[in-house]
Write a protein that binds this ligand. Structure first.
Ligand SMILES: C[S@@+](CC[C@H](N)C(=O)[O-])C[C@H]1O[C@@H](n2cnc3c(N)ncnc32)[C@H](O)[C@@H]1O
Length: 306
């Protein structure tokens, strides 16, 4: 039955993406139910109705999707499905090939960068790009590493989309702190040692480390420090000057949640010096807190299935 409509579909909807969406609707909807129930005439009529209602440029939609820490199997099933359906993937530097490879082969991929030294598109232009693509009727997946709402600027993109009247949805992802801790066997909270977990960023604003050291030293619990490798000496000395003990356990984790993860454990007072050799070849997260000292002392290899 669909075959009998193929030529009409092609001439009415020259854009393959628009055509695929109408076909998906037809095959997954009432028309298919009618055909399965044996009423081919009603099924065909329903398919025609769907086709007549289909506009050449259907409204686009943008999904702001968390890609997780990099491993291909650490993203949600929803993210995986949306990647397979998207017409365009707009992605950052930290999104791994393992995840990008889940996109449809004919999907357009647009790299918009995001790194201190390798800055591709300013945020305002990324916002404008998402709005333009959606207005062209595209189904867009905006892929961000980890979770889009954790140091991911998804809220700015969502606001721009809302202002432009574009439908959007935010799909959560496994944020770096959770992936790093899980793979390194580090508890982020602990019954007696850590009753809170603080996500903090430690990058420079106008050349100065933008952190409230007194508050961070006072809050206790575990600190998960994003974007902190370059500023580690200023961060650790600032925390110690604000009263955090230099003996507090800490860790640096690079490429957490991937096969290439590496971990360094050190006391807070020694973390910057021990981590000085860590050139930023992959993303690095710092964890600081008493709970880190309570990790199970097991050879990581022993935790892996044979
Ligand atoms: C712009 S932030 C993005 C955070 C991301 N939205 C998330 O939820 O994980 C980039 C920082 O996240 C951290 N990061 C991201 N992925 C990581 C990974 N796989 N391992 C360690 N740190 C990671 C690093 O501190 C990096 O500098």
């Amino acid at each position: 039955l669909v075959g009998s409509l193929a030529a009409e579909l092609r001439s009415r909807l020259p854009d393959p993406g628009a055509r695929r969406r109408v076909l998906e609707r037809i095959l997954g909807g009432r028309a298919a139910d009618l055909v399965h129930a044996g009423d081919e005439a009603a099924g065909l009529a329903e398919m025609r109705r769907e086709l007549d209602g289909a506009s050449a440029t259907p409204p686009g939609i943008v999904y702001l999707v968390g890609a997780g820490p990099g491993a291909g199997d650490l993203l949600t099933l929803r993210a995986h499905r949306l990647l397979g359906e998207a017409d365009v993937i707009v992605h950052d530097r930290l999104v791994s090939d393992a995840v990008l490879d889940m996109a449809r082969r004919d999907a357009e991929r647009i790299y918009v960068g995001k790194h201190r030294a390798d800055y591709a598109l300013p945020q305002a232009e990324i916002n404008a790009l998402l709005v333009r693509l959606a207005r062209e009727g595209k189904r867009v997946v905006r892929l961000k590493s980890g979770d889009p709402l954790v140091f991911g600027r998804a809220a700015e993109e969502a606001s721009a989309l809302a202002q432009a009247g574009i439908t959007f949805e935010i799909v959560p992802g496994v944020t770096a702190a959770l992936a790093c801790a899980a793979q390194a066997g580090i508890p982020l909270t602990h019954a007696t040692l850590a009753s809170n977990l603080t996500f903090v960023t430690a990058h420079l604003r106008d050349g100065v480390l933008d952190a409230d050291f007194d508050a961070l030293a006072a809050v206790g619990g575990t600190l998960a420090v994003y974007m902190g490798l370059a500023t580690l000496p200023a961060l650790t000395s600032g925390l110690i000057a604000a009263g955090m003990p230099a003996t507090r356990p800490a860790a640096l984790i690079e490429r957490g949640g991937t096969d290439a993860q590496r971990v360094l454990f050190a006391d807070l007072g020694a973390l910057a010096e021990r981590g000085a050799g860590w050139a930023e070849s992959g993303p690095v997260l710092a964890l600081i807190g008493e709970a880190i000292g309570a990790r199970p002392r097991v050879d990581p290899a022993a935790r892996m299935p044979a």
